[in-house]
Design a protein around this ligand. Structure first.
Ligand code: HEC
Ligand code: HEC
Length: 281
């Protein structure tokens, strides 16, 4: 995962409010537009002073990390500087015009030197795709159709909860790294992908034809005609489901013909049956 994702966020609503009428709002969270190299920053302005955080992602090499920054704000310009926990310093000057900005930055420390410029865009609903890309895309795929071992999530309605709780193989994204608004924006963005191009995999049919005979129609477990006892699957992790499907088990066949999208769909079908109070295994 690229670390840049971190520091992000604040509401598009605030940005809009800021541009309506009075002085343009400098406040908010800003990320390089496109995929240019540069810090992603979030700051607040109180009178003429500014305070916030900036993050540089792994493409910044040894300059990567999270920096707490403070400084001053003029009508259109913010100057910030601060240090990473190990003392490496970052200086940033951002010139903001409406919802875009120009940023110059410099990083220095005993063995760290980097400088550059970047074009900034406000982070919010308008670039939820960017947020997704930098935080989730490396595992779930650029189009959210999943990658081997990681499920498709374009039609999942659980982006916010899942990011907060984490799962086996998926880290927790705490509020300090990603505000809830940003996750809701990602959730809404995923929903648009799902609506414009649904997965086209009939999960219920696949499950019924490949799994139900041993695990029961509702995945709560059953024993089949030859007395093989298929366990309750409903709250099993996606990773376990994917591994069993690909490798099989003592009494369970493997299903090498199932594609990643199909495995992902079966995983979602099974997990969708997990009761709120999980069964005692
Ligand atoms: C022929 C019967 C049979 C079929 C078909 C079958 N399974 Fe299984 N499955 C089992 C049995 C039996 C086990 C317990 C491990 C063992 O003894 O093989 C199991 C174990 C599992 C486990 C591990 C559960 C745990 O608690 O660790 C998962 C996950 C699983 N199956 C998923 C599936 C899925 C998904 C399908 C359909 C693609 C499927 N199985 C099809 C019989 C079957
Ligand atoms: C390091 C890889 C990784 C990253 C980064 C990652 N995920 Fe996941 N995610 C996984 C894996 C692995 C699973 C399946 C876990 C399991 O076995 O149940 C998963 C599962 C999910 C699920 C399915 C939950 C369910 O119950 O079916 C959702 C939704 C999800 N991730 C959303 C996200 C979002 C949103 C982000 C970005 C904020 C994200 N993930 C980032 C690896 C990742």
């Amino acid at each position: 995962m690229r670390v840049a994702s971190v520091a992000v966020l604040v509401l598009a609503a605030q940005a809009v409010a800021g541009t309506a009428g009075s002085a343009p709002s400098l406040e908010g969270a800003w990320a390089p537009s496109g995929h240019t190299f540069g810090p992603t920053c979030e700051w607040q302005v109180v009178r003429r002073s500014a305070r916030g955080t900036c993050a540089l992602d792994a493409t910044a090499g040894s300059a990567a990390g999270l920096y707490d920054v403070t400084g001053g704000a003029g009508r259109r310009t913010v100057h910030l500087s601060g240090a990473r926990p190990d003392g490496v310093r970052l200086h940033v000057t951002a010139r903001v015009m409406g919802d875009v900005g120009r940023l110059r930055f410099r990083v220095h420390g005993p063995h760290v030197h980097a400088r550059g410029t970047a074009t900034l865009a406000r982070v919010g609903a308008a670039n939820a795709g960017w947020t997704y890309d930098s935080m989730c895309g490396s595992c779930h795929g650029a189009d959210a159709r999943g990658t081997p071992g990681r499920p498709a999530i374009r039609c999942s309605a659980r982006a916010v909860d899942t990011a907060r709780t984490g799962l086996p193989g998926m880290q927790v994204f705490p509020p300090a790294e990603v505000p809830t608004d940003a996750l809701s924006d990602v959730q809404a963005w995923l929903q648009t992908l799902c609506a414009s191009d649904p997965p086209g995999v009939a999960a219920a049919d696949l499950y019924a034809s490949d799994c139900a005979r041993c695990h029961g129609a509702d995945a709560a477990g059953t024993s089949n005609v030859s007395g093989i006892q298929g366990p309750d699957l409903r709250c099993r992790s996606y990773q376990i489901i994917a591994a069993e499907i690909s490798d099989g088990d003592a009494y369970m066949p493997s299903f090498p013909e199932l594609t990643n999208a199909e495995v992902s769909a079966i995983g979602a079908f099974v997990r969708g049956r997990c009761p709120t109070t999980p069964p005692p295994y």
